[in-house]
Design a binder for this molecule. Sequence first.
Ligand code: SAH
Length: 259
Amino acid sequence: MLDNVRVVLVNTSHPGNIGGAARAMKNMGLTRLVLVDPQRFPDPNAAARGAGADDVLDGAVIVPTLEEAIADCVLVMGTSARDRRIPWPVVDPREAAEIALDQIAELPEAQVALVFGREDSGLTSDELQRCQFHVHIPSNPDFSSLNLAAAVQVLAYELRMLVLKRQSQPTHMQKVETTALQNEIPTTAGEMEQYFAHLQQVLVEIGFLDPQKPRQLMPRLRRLYGRIRINRMEMNILRGILTETQKAIGVKAAGERRR
Ligand code: SAH
């Protein structure tokens, strides 16, 4: 899906930003970079800031005009740090990702371009008018302009999040724990009964529960535990606490008996 999306950088002056953009793209699974008339490229600074995104940089297509960069695209979105004079459909990066992926879902061969402007002056009005949508990252209005590579990062991240969501893939790191299996096993009703019996016994032993006047303590505790789903590992902890409590009062009782 992301192979249909190209990042177009227009007339970039700092090669470091091209590298930073390539890195941001590769981090988020984007590969296709198009450079419109870059001022300095290839350049060691691009490779350095790319930090290993060499494949994206080596595969970058260089063209002289924006027109050529987007000629085969059915959807072109231009990013802009500020309001322009002509009213235009403006979306945020999350909406932009939806529009882009909807387009690709509808037409699997659809080519989509995300266009980014010059570090000093952004995209010209003429260039912005070649875009169906303008994408604005809702930044601080008093300081709205992000670094070019940072802006690429934000859009690429939103695309990745949406692709993962639509493919029902996890967006969390999978924790590899030896206890992972234990964590997933829920406690059975039988185990809960054993626990409540043990708990009641300890509460009596420590003098918190008077068997002659139990009041509503046990039903209330059952209701409390009923609000959560305790797993096997947590049950082991709770049972361990009860056992250690019994040992502690047992030691004390034995000590007292000795006296
Ligand atoms: N002074 C320029 C800022 C250019 S920043 C201007 O006013 O347009 C370089 C590029 O980063 C922009 O052309 C745009 O592609 C992207 N960018 C920076 N901040 C952005 C923002 N808040 N929303 C969308 N794109 C942004």
